[in-house]
Structures are given as structure tokens and as C-alpha cells.
Ligand binder design. Structure first.
Ligand SMILES: [Cu+2]
Length: 206
């Protein structure tokens, strides 16, 4: 009896420990993508390099280091600016030549950014991403934050399959536990005289 109780306890402990280790990434863990973007001059054109930020997924924390790669002699400033959908700059890093600045914001989706604890709807880019621009060099100096791949149909499917496998695993373990319990009562029921090993010994039984 005691052995069985210990065995069941061990199984329960194992089961309760395993899901925590293999559970999907907690919702609170948002990955960080760090990128460096330069503001520079190519011939007579001012531009961002790169002018496209490709997000592998959303939500994601975007850590941007913006660097103005103009020569000090040129005196050309650049900004990395993202407007809200009311054309008001919310994120705005304004740099003199050879300066750099690092800032970060959370892209919850292509229509929602959290910056300094406040969320806003960013201005849309030409391909449905998030537009960023330099306030001094419009309309030429623009860029866009876009999401990699198609609108995540494949990603959703993969996530669905993963969740399905996860729940099948949980159900499998639960079924096994139930089976252990049933087996215990079947075995106990089929040997009515058996009570406990110690009791056997006390009664002088084998
Ligand atoms: Cu500029």
C-alpha cells in the first residue's frame, strides 16, 4: 500500500514538474530585436540604411540604435521619427552628425506600439507596415517596419499544432494517472484479504 502511494506520488510529482519545463514560451516573454540604423547621404540623396526593418514576429521589443553617419563638416542632422495615426511624432530621435542614440519600443502589432509606457497606433507605411522618417528630409528619407512572411497564416497554424500536441500530451498523462488509480483499485479489489505488508507480518502471514 505504502509503496503504491509513494509510486503514485512520484508519478504526480513528475507530471507536475514536466509541463513547466516544456510549456510554450510564457506570454510575458517578448523577444528583443536589436538593430542599428544609419542616417546617411548617398550622392545627393539622404536615406536610412537599412530603410526596412524586418520583424520575425510580433509582439517584439525593437531596440534601435540610430546613428547619424554624416560628416561633422556637413552639419546635416537626421531624425528617426514615428508618427501616430494623427500625424503627431511620438518617437523622435534627433541627431547631429556622428551622434548616436539607442531607444526601444514594443511593436505589439503593426497597428500598435508601446513606447515609454504609452501605446499608440503608428502611421502606416506604403506596404502596410509602420512608417518611419526623417523630419528634415521629406519626402525622400523614409523607411518602413514590416513583418516577415505572409500575414502569419503559417505561424498561426504552427502554433495551433504545437498547442494541440501540448494538450494531447497533458490528456495522455491524465489518462495514465487515471489508469494507475483504476489498476490500484482493481488489484486491491481482486485480493480482498490483502491489506498491508506490515499487517501481514503482524498477523504472521507470508
Ligand atoms: Cu535626414
Amino acid at each position: 500500500m505504502r509503496t503504491i502511494v509513494l509510486l503514485v506520488a512520484a508519478v504526480i510529482l513528475t507530471v507536475s514538474a514536466l509541463p513547466a519545463a516544456s510549456a510554450p514560451v510564457a506570454a510575458s516573454t517578448i523577444p528583443v530585436l536589436s538593430i542599428t540604423i544609419e542616417g546617411l547621404q548617398n550622392g545627393t540623396a539622404f536615406q536610412f540604411s537599412p530603410s526596412q526593418i524586418l520583424l520575425p514576429q510580433v509582439p517584439i521589443i525593437l531596440n534601435v540604435t540610430f546613428y547619424n553617419n554624416q560628416s561633422v563638416a556637413s552639419g546635416v542632422p537626421h531624425t528617426f521619427t514615428i508618427n501616430n495615426n494623427a500625424a503627431k511624432p511620438v518617437i523622435n530621435s534627433d541627431l547631429k552628425p556622428q551622434e548616436n542614440a539607442t531607444f526601444q519600443f514594443t511593436v505589439n502589432s503593426l497597428t500598435n506600439i508601446t513606447y515609454n509606457g504609452t501605446s499608440f497606433t503608428p502611421e502606416a507605411g506604403p506596404t502596410g507596415g509602420i512608417r518611419f522618417y526623417c523630419v528634415y528630409h521629406q519626402p525622400q528619407m523614409v523607411g518602413e517596419i514590416v513583418l516577415a512572411g505572409a500575414p502569419s497564416a503559417a505561424g498561426q497554424e504552427q502554433k495551433g499544432m504545437f498547442l494541440r500536441a501540448y494538450w494531447m500530451w497533458i490528456i495522455g498523462i491524465a489518462a495514465m494517472l487515471v489508469w494507475v488509480g483504476i489498476s490500484y483499485f482493481i488489484i486491491k479489489g481482486s485480493t480482498p484479504r490483502f491489506k498491508d505488508h506490515k499487517e501481514h507480518v503482524r498477523k504472521g502471514l507470508p
